[in-house]
Design a protein around this ligand. Sequence first.
Ligand SMILES: [Fe+2]
Length: 133
Amino acid sequence: MKAIVWSKILSVGFEEIDEDHRKLVGIFNELNHAVTAGDAADYLAATLEELINCTVWHFSHEERLMLKYRYDGLEEHKAEHRELIQSARELQQQLLQAGQGVAEEQIAFLERWLTGHILTTDQRLGAFLTQRS
Ligand SMILES: [Fe+2]
């Protein structure tokens, strides 16, 4: 799979969030690159762990901003965050159990997992924050 290239399309228009998203995209690209290069399973597992941990941290950052600026869609957005973490943990569990590398289709899943939320739910939040802050 090709690396995710950061562009205006992914920007939510709010620098504090874009900065986090760029970091997440960077870790995803590292994982994608490692899969293509055939890196060891423990390296792939460590990179996925970093991606998930960084995402957990980033979600709490967004949730704090939603509280700070009294965002209406807070509960809905938080619920989506919970589901995203859950699905990433399930994928991680599968990988650990299988004891093998990350398959192409799992990388494709993670790509949709990452960009899907940024392109929809986070765009709404970004537009709101830009107006309010
Ligand atoms: Fe979000």
